[in-house]
Design a protein. Structure first.
Length: 97
């Protein structure tokens, strides 16, 4: 009978240790999942914050656009009394022989 009690006590101790190890292991898995979730959310917030910061910085420091006059090309003067700005051909004289 004493041998049977010792074997039973050893079985109970093994079962207790097994339950403790599995509970510890499950706890570590839950902790890893929780930590990874927290780090993922924090990392995402940091990336979004950096993007918003860059966008705001670009808007604040952007120079004010100023209109620049663009030259217009005309082929004929608008007023016939004004001289043309186009070059006039020079008359050529026959070469002396």
């Amino acid at each position: 009978m004493a041998g049977r009690k010792n074997a039973q006590r050893a079985d109970q101790e093994r079962a207790r240790l097994y339950a403790a190890r599995t509970a510890w292991h499950d706890g570590r898995i839950r902790r890893r999942v929780r930590d990874n979730t927290i780090v993922g959310i924090a990392g995402g917030l940091i990336v979004v914050g950096a993007m918003v910061s860059q966008f705001a910085h670009a808007q604040v420091t952007a120079p004010e656009p100023t209109p620049t006059p663009s030259p217009t090309q005309t082929t004929a003067p608008l007023d016939p009394l004004l001289p043309s700005t186009a070059p006039t051909p020079t008359p050529t004289t026959p070469a002396a022989e």
